[in-house]
Design a binder for this molecule. Structure first.
Ligand SMILES: [Zn+2]
Length: 419
């Protein structure tokens, strides 16, 4: 067999020793170590016969194996990491893609039925400038140019200057969009970064899409009053109303389970501030933030409406007012149904049990899907369910299985494109 998953694991270890230290991976995008990782990647890929390599206008790295038709299968990953990151997040995807390119080149003797392309996205993590999915959002055309143009790192270095050092003219990053003109399908392998597959004792999963998000600030307003002289039944206590929201969101999330995709939503109250915020006063104003996520747009909308109705009821009960303000939202991004079925079949074909799950985090794949290219992702189990940490890990046998199943998915997708 030309596919050698053991080589992928060996290359991941090689990359770790080349670009990591005792605290973990240090491949932060647009730094010298990231450039070193990219140079190493380029050398690996350049050894594949018949391959064409270039960087696009947003700094994304493309390696193309031309086929009988320009219609392309894209395989994506990101070699950049967070500071003190894990050894698998992002680069597993890229290096599995390299192994698939080798297999396809050898099997089809330089003329695959469709074009196969590896893309290593630039700055997926956004660790330095606080803006994730830089390269893929430029490519999809969804990047917010005004917001991104103003970004600086913690030392005051502007993003536009940092990217220039790596050959990127910020004003032209959207030109990278032309790379997607011939894209017929996009696939991405990724470490799960959560505990779902671990808890089910399954090595692999098919990703249905990425959660939609509704993020709001909720402000309850009552009246400040002396904590000693104000009888309990005369208070307009903003904190009382806000506090009732905490158990309520668990009920709302529980009710959202068993939606059309059989997956539930999540709700988080992540912050709470009170005014005047002193020990001797009833709370006049209490502001909480609520983050709600669901894969199904209708279910997400119901979770939001339920939370609004509950806040109004609790405000009435406490004789206070309530006001909502949207901080941010994004719609759920669903992956392609046919590719989802192919991913299930590829997992089964590798000898594992298929399982479908949503992704809580966003990934480059979401940007590609938003641009209209049929997309799917495959997850491999995370030990301890931990990522963005040097302790991130996956069993070696699961990594071998992941590369094998992902390669089978690539084959099925190529057949699908050729049809
Ligand atoms: Zn990642």
């Amino acid at each position: 067999m030309p596919l050698d998953p053991k080589r992928t694991v060996a290359e991941l270890q090689e990359l770790r020793s080349l670009t990591g230290d005792e605290n973990g991976a240090q491949r932060v995008a647009f730094t010298a170590i990231w450039a070193k990782a990219r140079k190493w990647l380029r050398e690996k890929v350049a050894a594949i016969p018949g391959i064409e390599i270039h960087n696009d206008a947003a700094g994304n790295f493309w390696a193309t194996l031309p086929g009988a038709t320009p219609r392309s299968l894209l395989i994506g990953g990101h070699i950049d990491s967070v500071p003190n990151g894990g050894w698998l997040d992002g680069c597993l995807n890229t290096l599995a893609g390299v192994e698939i390119l080798r297999r396809v080149a050898e099997e089809h003797k330089g003329q695959p039925p469709v074009t196969v392309r590896l893309v290593d996205w630039a700055d997926e993590e956004g660790a330095r400038f606080g803006k994730s999915l830089f390269g893929s959002s430029a490519c999809s055309g969804k990047i917010d140019m005004n917001e991104t143009r103003g970004l600086k790192d913690k030392d005051g270095v502007r993003l536009v200057d940092a990217v220039k050092e790596h050959g990127i003219d910020f004003e032209k990053v959207k030109d990278s969009g032309k790379e997607l003109a011939t894209a017929a399908a996009y696939i991405e392998l990724h470490i799960e970064q959560g505990p779902v597959l671990l808890d089910l004792d399954l090595p692999l999963g098919t990703v249905l899409g990425t959660f939609g998000v509704e993020r709001h600030a909720i402000t309850f307003r009552g009246q400040a009053a002396h904590s000693g002289s104000t009888p309990m039944d005369r208070r307009r206590d903003a904190f009382l109303a806000a506090a009732k929201m905490s158990p309520e969101i668990y009920e709302i999330a529980k009710r959202s389970n068993g939606g059309p995709n059989g997956t539930g939503g999540v709700c988080t109250i992540g912050s709470c501030t009170t005014k005047p915020g002193i020990v001797t006063s009833v709370v006049e104003e209490c502001r909480i933030t609520l983050d709600q996520r669901h894969l199904d747009a209708g279910a997400l909308q119901r979770m939001l409406e339920d939370a609004k109705a509950a806040s109004e009821k609790f405000a009435r009960e406490a004789n206070v007012t309530v006001a909502w303000e949207r901080i941010w939202n994004i719609e759920p991004i669903l992956f392609n149904k046919e590719l989802i079925s192919m991913a299930d079949a590829a997992i089964a074909g590798a000898g594992a049990k298929p399982h479908r799950l949503p992704s809580g985090p966003l990934h480059d794949a979401a940007e590609v899907a938003r641009s209209g290219v049929p997309t799917v992702m495959m997850f491999v189990q995370s030990l301890r369910g931990i990522s963005h940490n040097k302790i991130e890990d996956t069993k070696e046998s699961h990594l071998h299985l992941a590369v094998t199943a992902f390669d089978k998915l690539a084959d099925k997708a190529m057949e699908w494109i050729a049809r």
